[in-house]
Design a protein around this ligand. Structure first.
Ligand code: ATP
Ligand code: MG
Length: 392
């Protein structure tokens, strides 16, 4: 597990820093996930070397957050984020410290981290540095604040939603004092930028135990201060890999004003469009999908709708074919494939331009997609003449 590119790169960064006389360790999510046997992507390194010192040790570096002490070291295998041990200065906005202070002690650096499971360091030889009891908490599946929970949530309210998100990702429970502190500080979540809330929810939706996460959201009272309705019962057994399926199902739970709710979380136009299509495809499924539905919606949108139908045990006419097959069978997949255009219609009809052209083109498209009309010039011409030119 620790022999993938990211770990190798991180360990050679540590080796080079040690050779230069500094101390360095792997910290945070990578150590936690390694202990849990979960796949690890970002292997972050912490060191007592100051950013400028880090930059003298490595040939290729990029300043990605130098004011917070982070330098990206470009290694042949993978880039590695190296952050100087630091403590956070005073918090005045419930989110970001005014300033950070670089320190030379790992213990202090680990103390600023949010949860015990995220405050474990791993040395190059694989041994662990665990001052706050992270290992036993990981073994028993507990999310516990480092230090005084209320103080930690008062400093940075996002941590509360991180706790909820981790409970969904890992299926962990939240230790009692930590949960009570969340209840006390829940209202502070309103201070957090919507983009940050979205980033946590993005991860929550694809967690292995979303139900657990939403339950914790309710138990902590955070749901009261977040936009939208969260009912844990509706999420029992929900399990998806695409965050947009989560947003679409969340939207479905909101009823009529789902667009206002989702806009609060700053979904992009593209994401909103996806959700809208999923909801429409889901609605269409109640009477069974037509060729036009297979034509209109993307495979993932239909797949999401099908998942919802299954998940909510809706009694729908189940499609005969797989979505891929049904789409492959369509007479055309794109408007441009139609062999007749608006100019043809004007020429054939001898009529003036007008809204009728657009209507006729749409009707023609639907007829071709449904298989009622062949995508062939003479046939389309006859069809148009019959439908639009004998009316008078
Ligand atoms: P993920 O798997 O989502 O990346 P992570 O634990 O690695 O989870 P990051 O946001 O990448 O989360 O942060 C890396 C580490 O930095 C965390 O493990 C934690 O030690 C610390 N950290 C991150 N955010 C906070 C915070 N808001 N307050 C305190 N410590 C934090
Ligand atoms: Mg991380």
């Amino acid at each position: 597990m620790q022999n993938n590119k990211e770990w190798q790169a991180a360990f050679s960064v540590i080796a080079q820093l040690e050779e230069a006389g500094f101390e360095a360790v792997v910290v945070g999510g990578a150590v936690r996930d390694a202990l849990l046997g979960r796949p690890v992507h970002d292997v972050d390194v912490a060191t007592n070397a100051l950013p400028e010192e880090v930059k003298t040790v490595f040939k290729r570096t990029v300043d990605i957050g130098i004011q917070h002490g982070t330098v990206l070291v470009i290694m042949p295998a993978a880039p590695v984020e190296v952050t100087t041990y630091r403590t956070d200065g005073e918090y005045t906005d419930h989110r970001r410290p005014e300033a950070v202070h670089f320190v030379r002690s790992l213990k202090e650096d680990l103390q600023r981290r949010d949860f015990t499971m995220n405050a474990i360091a791993m040395r190059r030889d694989g041994s662990l540095v665990d001052y706050y009891g992270g290992q036993p908490d990981i073994e028993t599946g507990i999310i516990r604040a480092v230090g005084e929970a209320q103080v930690r949530f008062a400093e940075d309210a996002l941590r509360m939603l991180r706790a909820v998100r981790f409970s969904a990702q890992l299926g962990f429970s939240i230790e009692e004092t930590t949960l009570r502190a969340m209840q006390h500080k829940a209202a502070d979540i309103a201070w957090i930028a919507k983009e940050r809330l979205k980033a946590e929810l993005d991860k929550l939706w694809v967690g292995k135990d979303v139900y657990n996460g939403i339950k914790k959201l309710q138990e902590s009272d955070l749901d009261v201060y977040l936009t939208g309705e969260f009912h844990a019962e509706n999420w029992r057994g929900f399990c998806v890999q695409n965050k947009l399926y989560g947003w679409a199902y969340f939207a479905f739970m909101q009823g009529q004003n789902w667009q206002d709710v989702l806009r609060c979380y700053r979904l992009s136009n593209k994401e909103m469009a996806f959700v809208k299509s999923v909801l429409a495809a889901f609605k269409a499924l109640r009477s069974g999908w037509t060729n036009m539905d297979y034509y209109t919606y993307m495979e993932e949108e239909l797949e999401a709708a099908l998942y919802f139908a299954n998940f909510t045990q809706l009694d729908v006419p189940w499609p005969q074919y797989s979505i891929q097959e049904a789409q492959a069978k369509l007479p055309i997949r794109q408007r441009q494939e139609i062999v007749v255009n608006g100019m043809d219609l004007l020429k054939w009809s001898g009529q003036m331009r007008g809204p009728w052209v657009r209507e006729a083109l749409q009707a023609m498209l639907e007829a071709v997609v449904s298989g009622e009309l062949q995508n062939e010039r003479q046939q389309i011409k006859d069809w148009i003449e019959h439908k639009y030119m004998h009316k008078g």
